[in-house]
Design a protein around this ligand. Structure first.
Ligand SMILES: [Cu+2]
Length: 154
């Protein structure tokens, strides 16, 4: 009786052990999670400068760009700020607004990025999952000065 019980325990132990080894070999260890807020752009990065004197002239340089699908556009406040990037929601291709909403952090309004006040401050817009087409945007404080940009995703 005692011997039988011991045998059973050993058998269960061996079963559990081999099952554990199977699990280990079949389940690859999960990659470490990326730290929140530190996610680097996954695609190519295209630079755009925000320039001007803030009173009589202001603009994006370049004011017309073509980017590959999935790219990130990095806006840099070079001079004449505060600047921001706002997209005309009716200018973007179908499905583009949702993609931009996902790709724009800290928005101050619909499809409207935060105001860059510090020299060389940057703001990135991810075009991940953005449909091909032309996205037209402007700088809210300087729209009257013609600070506009056209971003073509192809
Ligand atoms: Cu501006």
């Amino acid at each position: 009786m005692r011997f039988a019980l011991l045998t059973t325990v050993v058998a269960i132990g061996a079963l559990a052990c081999s099952k554990g080894e199977q699990n280990q070999s079949q389940t690859p260890s999960a990659p470490p999670a990326a730290p929140a807020g530190a996610a680097a752009p996954s695609g190519p990065v295209v630079e755009v400068k925000m320039t001007g004197n803030g009173s009589t002239r202001a603009g994006f340089e370049p004011s017309s760009i073509t980017i590959p699908a999935g790219a990130t556009v990095r806006f840099t406040n070079v001079a004449g700020g505060p600047h921001n990037i706002t997209f005309w929601s009716d200018s973007v291709p179908a499905g583009g607004a949702a993609a931009l909403t996902a790709g724009m952090k800290n928005t101050v309004d619909n499809l409207s990025g935060p105001f860059l006040t510090q020299p060389n401050e940057t703001y990135e817009v991810s075009f991940a999952n953005a449909p091909k087409g032309t996205y037209k945007g402007y700088c809210t404080p300087h729209l009257t000065l013609g600070m506009k940009i056209a971003i073509k995703v192809e």
